[in-house]
Write a protein that binds this ligand. Structure first.
Ligand SMILES: C[S@@+](CC[C@H](N)C(=O)[O-])C[C@H]1O[C@@H](n2cnc3c(N)ncnc32)[C@H](O)[C@@H]1O
Length: 246
């Protein structure tokens, strides 16, 4: 498929209330983000509520590893990079983005995707640094000049339920998980006990899993897979989000 037809598949952009753009999925019709704001959701749920900034500035932590479950338009991942770049610590960052949609990934990697209209040029410059390692794996390495702080960002293409997320394959375990697939009714496999069991095996003991869904089925499946959870208050119109840990 040509670059242009990739783009047109994701050209149905919609400006959310914080000014950032999201997309209506061409197949399932669900928006990638709530109308309240794509950037707002990434920053307030995943970055602020998780406390990841404290980990970035913790002098005892050398490296923080994040599972970005559903790269989508890349907001959660790029906001993680942005928070890391603006932190003062000496911590390095690993991000492992999982995405099943190959056309979406190639649109993202162009760094000229329709939803990136008003993205900061420092973000698109970073995204241009990705290179292909294998057919289903892209990678980016970035070192902050005059420091020992490094970013390793991988994108693994495929069904997250069957991707190899082992320590042997990745070289690390997840300290934070941005659990952000489409809703449990549209995308049940990604909220199943099987999935939560799998991601648990790839997580460190201090892991924090953050999610927008507080539905009963999600809580039951987390519990079945050995996770603990609690609802946390939000800074947006939605009343609660979910924090889970081991
Ligand atoms: C709501 S969007 C994610 C938004 C994204 N986190 C962001 O910041 O823009 C959900 C994403 O999960 C992906 N997804 C759905 N099922 C998946 C699966 N089984 N494995 C990997 N990715 C999946 C979808 O293709 C979609 O891009």
């Amino acid at each position: 498929m040509s670059q242009e037809s990739n783009f047109s598949r994701y050209s149905n952009v919609f400006q959310t209330r914080d000014g950032s753009f999201t997309v209506v999925h061409p197949d399932c019709g669900e928006m990638f983000h709530s109308d309240a704001g794509a950037l707002l959701e990434a920053r307030s749920l995943y970055i602020d509520s998780s406390g990841i900034r404290d980990s970035f500035s913790d002098p005892t932590s050398k490296c923080i590893s994040v599972a970005d479950v559903g790269l989508g338009l890349g907001y959660n991942a790029i906001c993680t990079v942005d928070a890391w770049l603006s932190s003062m610590g000496s911590t390095s960052l690993n991000i492992c983005s999982l995405e099943i949609d190959a056309q979406l990934v190639s649109t993202f990697l162009s760094a000229e995707a329709p939803w990136m209209i008003n993205w900061d040029s420092s973000w698109t410059r970073i995204i241009r640094g990705f290179y292909k390692v294998e057919d289903n794996r892209y990678e980016l390495n970035y070192k902050i000049p005059s420091t020992t702080r490094e970013l390793n960002w991988k994108i693994l293409l495929g069904d997250a339920l069957s991707l190899d997320l082992s320590m042997e394959s990745l070289g690390y375990q997840f300290d934070y998980i941005w659990q952000d697939p489409f809703s449990p009714s549209k995308n049940p496999g990604m909220w199943s006990a099987e999935w939560f069991e799998k991601i648990k095996k790839s997580s460190s003991l201090k892991v924090k899993l953050m999610s927008y869904s507080v539905s009963g089925v999600v809580k039951n499946n987390l519990k079945e897979a050995g996770w603990q959870y609690k609802k946390i208050p939000t800074t947006s119109q939605k009343r609660n989000w979910l924090l889970a840990w081991l």
